[in-house]
Design a protein around this ligand. Structure first.
Ligand code: IPE
Ligand code: IPE
Ligand code: MG
Ligand code: MG
Length: 353
């Protein structure tokens, strides 16, 4: 009996010790990512030339970069690098920061162009570049940001990452074109929706998660699972973005809501509302929803979305993608850094902006 009591108290003690050391490992991993992010921020700010002819374009780029942004992609790059068993901070940290900064700049460039295409007035809580400087200057500022991305990427001298980035960029363009092609397409299939969000958003998350495995020696076995993690997280992230476009406010999001409907873009909330009416044989409601979509009547479309419980259905699909992302991480050894990646997949769907 006495032995049992002693054993129980030892187990309790060792459970507490394990929990404490797990918590401090998580804090250390978080601190390392935070420190990396401040270096990424410094690179984002230092990537401009001081040539007098470039003063205007530099100011435009700094406007959008310093307006904020969640920096989720560089966070993924840094966390994925640190979760790799052969990561060596002394050898790899600097290169990883360059790749993380390059990916954030690439993302920023796509936002600048996306806002021109979407005619969006607000980004990161600030007026968009085309709103301030006109479409021509904004498109050129976006192009300039691409050049800064390539300048940063030059530093790690890794041809695999350059090849991956070129492929990613092509797919992003294809994704945006695919979306344009399907504007107003009320017969959009779920499959086409998923193909589009993978191409316009998932691919960049795929690159952010897998780039460290291309860069860090002896990590090639982790390329595929990290790509799966990034792709599924990106899909969950975009479904959540599409939900927020119908359910949030401009103040919370830092960008206008209702732009998907204004641009006649059929995203998951509307698609599932249409499919629900179809499945339940509510033809009159379906016709009314189609008319509301065509007139871009946000209130009426929101009412139909609420009536069909489409947001709950969207959340279930985002949750499933987030779970697929987390499952892919089982290929990596368990660590505090791996837990951080898992948390990012959860945050992608729990976010309010
Ligand atoms: C916006 O990305 C574009 C989408 C893929 C939905 P973010 O939501 O990551 O934008 P920032 O960088 O935080 O502004
Ligand atoms: C994101 O799509 C696509 C890109 C990142 C290019 P959205 O058009 O939904 O992104 P937001 O809502 O403008 O941020
Ligand atoms: Mg947009
Ligand atoms: Mg959106």
């Amino acid at each position: 009996m006495a032995a049992q009591v002693i054993n129980a108290s030892c187990t309790q003690e060792s459970d507490t010790t394990n929990a404490t050391s797990a918590a401090s490992a998580l804090t250390a991993a978080q601190d390392a990512v935070t420190q990396g992010l401040s270096q990424v921020e410094a690179l984002l700010n230092a990537t401009y030339t001081d040539h007098h002819l470039e003063t205007q374009v530099n100011a435009m780029c700094m406007h959008v970069i310093n307006a904020g942004g969640k920096r989720i992609r560089p966070r993924i790059v840094l966390s994925a690098a640190q979760a790799l068993p052969s990561y060596d901070a002394v050898r790899d940290h600097e290169n990883i920061c360059y790749v993380a900064a390059a990916i954030e700049i690439l993302h920023t460039a796509t936002l600048v162009h996306d806002d021109v295409i979407d005619k969006a007035p607000l980004r990161r809580g600030a007026p968009t570049l085309h709103e301030l400087n006109g479409n021509h200057a904004a498109v050129l500022a976006g192009d300039y940001l691409f050049t800064r991305c390539f300048a940063l990427l030059h530093r790690p001298r890794n041809f695999d990452i350059i090849a991956e980035l070129s492929r990613t960029l092509s797919q992003l363009v294809v994704g945006e074109l695919y979306q344009l092609e399907h504007e107003g397409d009320l017969n959009l299939s779920l499959e086409t929706y998923y193909q589009t969000i993978y191409a316009k958003t998932g691919v960049l998350f795929e690159l952010a998660a897998s780039a460290p495995a291309f860069l860090i020696p002896e990590s090639s076995a982790f390329i595929v699972p990290l790509k799966t993690f990034g792709r599924e997280l990106g899909i969950a992230f975009q479904i959540t973005d599409d939900i927020l476009d119908y359910s949030s406010t401009s103040d919370t999001l830092g960008k206008d809501i209702g732009t998907d409907l204004a641009d006649q873009r059929i995203t998951l909330p509307v698609l599932l509302a249409l499919q629900t009416y179809e499945r339940t044989g509510q033809q009159a409601q379906k016709d009314a929803l189609i008319a509301a979509i065509k007139q871009a009547d946000l209130d009426a479309v929101r009412t139909a979305i609420a009536d069909t419980d489409a947001i709950t259905q969207c959340r279930a699909q985002a949750q499933a993608a987030s779970e697929r992302a987390q499952q892919a991480l089982s290929a990596l050894p368990a660590s505090a850094e791996r837990s951080l990646l898992s948390e990012l997949a959860l945050k992608a769907i729990a976010r309010s902006h």
